[in-house]
Design a protein around this ligand. Structure first.
Ligand code: 4AD
Ligand code: MG
Length: 482
């Protein structure tokens, strides 16, 4: 008999039929009740074992973590907590799990740190099962949103010769030997003899390549892994993360903000519709976790209310200049509570400032726009009519409560001359980016795009607090296990 998913058994349409379920034992109570989970849902199916007619040898092997196959009749349950249960007729142990050795014992309430070290097994807990199902649904929602709107999904290269963000935080890709690399006459490493005959890196962003496609296909998006060798050991940074980067020809910055807001609301709504059980579980988990925190550090709203709030309220759009005024006059700034005191226009915003704006001042998602030119990337469009010394670019960052920056984007500098001048000032090699400049040489036009850090979105939707807990196998400084 083919086995039925637990999720389908629990919806009750197979009552009174003989069914087969396969999964992993979560708990085994009173030598009689197996809580069986197969990953299809957060909910377990209760399997009632006829222990009087089951050999002791078999009963002893029903341990947490063991894989079992259960055949029996699906009946309405008399016990509280479930509608249906399986009256077991036949039980087969598929794979034993030594109770002394299996590290994930629900009774011990393993810590998140311990679970991170056991990332290959943590997905067997309710918490990580829920997170990873929500992550999967969110990534489907991303595709669904853009495909419905006629965007073309573009796969930009993972190995690249360019540094899109100009931040220089890249992992090198090479096939040269480290012990004795070929050298040029002046002693530098000779990349001409490397695999690609040039220096290459793992991509930090697919934007530049994405722009070339937007300038032909109109609306495109990427969704793929990106890599940053920044040594930020925070709960918001990964060295390998997934980014979604839409790019749209003829969109200006306002269109770009509209798109980002609509997109984020769509994917959150999608998760709310499809992941009710998982999100309810995660809401309870968060409430539990926060019980041990001081009142001031607790979330203002339970998870589901917070998600609905984001759907029902427009994001507040605020210029960088307005934000600086707010921050300068803020209590933590005056009382020198910020690590970085905001004194003047031009300061780069730290996450403490972003979070103050979102969590304390506006109390809703915020889109900051028109940043000082010299704290943003070279490709952002210079605003017309900016004061000399106070040049701004058409950049936007979306800031979320509890997360800080979730989106970074801009209208792109479409004017060839202005772009070249900017690149010269920043000493960006024109030769290297000649292909990129072709978009401005041939049929240039206004266009805009943004990047959304997928894990930051998953953090927000699941109410988790550490980015290491929303990607299966996190890569962070000092950690590339698995
Ligand atoms: O702001 P960033 O650096 O922007 C870009 O890369 C642009 N090329 C995007 C574009 O316009 N097409 O990164 C975009 C987003 C951030 O807002 C953040 O959500 C996420 O990517 N991000 C990270 N997420 C996890 N770990 C890191 N180290 C991240 N760095 C950026
Ligand atoms: Mg950014």
């Amino acid at each position: 008999m083919k086995h039925t998913k637990v999720k389908d058994l629990l919806n009750g349409t197979k009552t009174l039929q003989e069914v087969n379920a396969k999964g992993w034992v979560r708990t085994f109570r009173n030598n009689q009740f197996i809580a069986l989970n197969d990953g299809s849902t957060i909910n377990n199916i209760q399997c009632v074992v006829d222990f009087e007619n089951t050999p002791d040898e078999t009963l002893r092997r029903i341990t947490t973590g063991a894989a079992v196959s259960v055949t029996g009749t699906l009946i309405e349950s008399k016990g509280a907590g479930q509608n249906v249960e399986i009256q077991v007729l036949k039980l087969e142990i598929l794979g034993d799990s030594d109770a002394e050795k299996f590290p994930i014992q629900p009774k011990n309430k393993p810590s998140l740190d311990f679970l991170r070290e056991n990332a290959h097994l943590r997905v067997r807990t309710n918490m990580f099962g829920a997170i990873m199902r929500v992550r999967s649904v969110l990534s489907y929602a991303v595709h669904s949103y853009f495909q419905e709107k006629g965007f073309v999904y573009v796969n930009t290269p993972i190995i690249t010769g360019s540094d899109a963000e100009g931040a220089g935080e890249m992992f090198k890709v090479t096939a040269l030997s480290f012990d004795n690399p070929p050298r040029t006459e002046d002693g530098k490493i000779n990349y001409k003899e490397d695999f690609f005959e040039k220096e290459t890196n793992l991509t930090v962003s697919g934007q530049l390549e994405g722009e070339t496609y937007a300038m032909a296909l109109g609306q495109i998006y990427t969704f793929g892994p990106t890599f940053r060798a920044e040594n930020s050991n925070t709960s918001r940074h990964l060295a390998e993360f997934w980014m979604i980067e839409p790019e749209v020809a003829f969109n200006d910055l306002d269109d770009n903000m509209d798109l980002a807001e609509d997109f984020i609301q769509y994917v959150i709504k999608y998760a709310l519709d499809k992941c009710q059980d998982d999100l309810k579980f995660l809401e309870t988990r968060l409430l539990d976790e926060e019980k041990s925190k001081p009142q001031a550090e607790r979330s203002e709203m339970p998870l589901l209310e917070k998600l609905n709030f984001v759907l029902e309220n427009n994001f507040k759009r605020v210029s960088y200049t307005e934000a600086i005024d707010i921050l300068r006059d803020s209590t933590p700034n005056k009382k020198k509570k910020f690590n970085y005191i905001i004194n003047e226009w031009g300061a780069d915003l730290q996450s403490e400032h972003e979070r103050y704006l979102v969590e304390k001042h506006f109390k809703c998602p915020v889109i900051l726009f028109d940043y000082p030119a010299n704290i943003k990337a070279f490709y952002m469009r210079l605003n017309d009519n900016t004061e000399p010394g106070r040049e701004t670019v058409r950049a936007m960052d979306i800031l979320f409560p509890g997360i800080g920056e979730i989106v970074g984007g801009s209208e792109r500098e479409e004017r060839y001359d202005v772009l070249i001048e900017k690149m010269k000032a920043l000493e960006i090699d024109e030769e290297e980016l000649s292909w990129y400049l072709d978009t401005r040489r041939f049929g240039s036009a206004t266009h805009s795009g943004f990047g959304l850090g997928f894990e930051r979105l998953v953090l927000f939707v699941t109410g988790m607090t550490n980015i290491r807990d929303v990607i299966p196998f996190p890569r962070t400084p000092g950690n590339a296990e698995f």
